[in-house]
Design a protein around this ligand. Structure first.
Ligand code: PMP
Length: 306
């Protein structure tokens, strides 16, 4: 992605791209001591709107709390920074990356009790697994790398260091020719994609792994659960054996960056008839209609920029 923005919100100021820099002794670069979010802003009929901004900012602060990091700003200030940086760059559709990191405070593993450095980057960035994947689906594989086990690193925190696990999972899958990798959890049951939660559909019942399966509690996951329930589907949060992916009628992945992406095969076993399934298509449409402000915002999920 080379669509870098002109302006970046950094420690309370809107700065030119070149000035938003850190030092090589920055703690977060060495140890992954950072927390972040991935949020999208969509152009709606009433102008650009950020989807579920409050929930993303809350999760950012939850991630910081788990690590006892001080964000140094209120949630309202971060929400405003997100709005401001989209306006400053003149974006209509954007991917937002609110980001708190331990700065240049020495290389000890017990960092001082100082607030994180905080930045909000806005970028123009298309659907993470490719625009064509939204319709055609992706080929995915379970990788030899598992997701993080409970009480090793908290997967409920969206922390920089966790993403070394995601890098292992996604790069292994891509080396073998797949679009995305799926990790199993410490029990050998299904966890999630490298940067996406997973849903499995069989006989009209929609299932997704529970929070104890080493997943990030995804905001898209929560959105899909709400939309599916409103459409009258039965949703089960339950442990899923690997073969549930092979025997599903439909599988899809979802995340703020990836949006809602059908999975057409897992480990070279065709899922259903190898195409986007009917329930996936309905949920995908409901998702895009919601984020793009086509349907009424009855949950108050949209934060308008203007
Ligand atoms: N799992 C992981 C590991 C992720 O990085 C993401 C993307 N943030 C997700 C799931 C999906 O989360 P969300 O829907 O909140 O973007």
């Amino acid at each position: 992605n080379t669509n870098f923005p002109e302006l970046i919100w950094f420690n309370g100021e809107v700065k030119p791209w070149q000035e938003a820099q850190v030092h090589v002794v920055c703690h977060a670069i060495h140890y992954g001591s950072s927390v972040f979010e991935g949020v999208r802003c969509y152009n709606t009929p009433k102008g650009p709107a950020i989807f579920r901004l409050k929930e993303h900012t809350r999760r950012l602060f939850d991630s910081a709390k788990i690590y006892r990091f001080d964000m140094g700003y209120s949630q309202e200030e971060i929400n405003q920074a997100c709005i401001d940086i989209i306006k400053a760059n003149g974006f209509k559709d954007a991917y937002l990356r609110p980001f708190g990191f331990m700065g240049a405070h020495g290389l000890g593993l017990n960092p001082p009790k100082v607030p994180l450095d905080v930045s909000v980057i806005a970028l123009e960035w298309g659907s993470y697994l490719g625009e064509e994947s939204l319709e055609n689906g992706v080929d995915a594989a379970i990788t030899s790398w598992n997701r993080l086990a409970p009480n090793t690193m908290p997967t409920g925190a969206k922390a920089g260091g966790n993403y070394l696990s995601s890098i292992l999972i996604t790069t292994e899958a891509k080396r073998h020719g797949y679009v995305e990798g799926i990790g199993l959890d410490h029990n050998g049951t299904v966890s999630e994609g490298a940067g996406e939660n997973l849903f499995v559909i069989r006989d009209g019942v929609i299932s997704t792994p529970p929070l104890t399966a080493g997943i990030l509690p995804g905001i898209t996951r929560s959105t899909i659960i709400t939309l599916a329930e409103e459409m009258g589907y039965e949703i089960r949060e339950q442990a899923l054996p690997r073969e549930a992916l092979y025997l599903a009628d439909e599988v899809f992945m979802c995340g703020s960056a990836a949006e809602v992406v059908p999975v057409r095969s897992v480990d070279q076993i065709t899922v259903g008839d190898g195409k986007r399934g009917p329930i996936t298509e309905k949920l995908q449409k409901a998702y895009f209609d919601t984020v793009k402000g086509v349907t009424e915002d009855k949950h108050g999920w949209l934060t308008y920029i203007d």
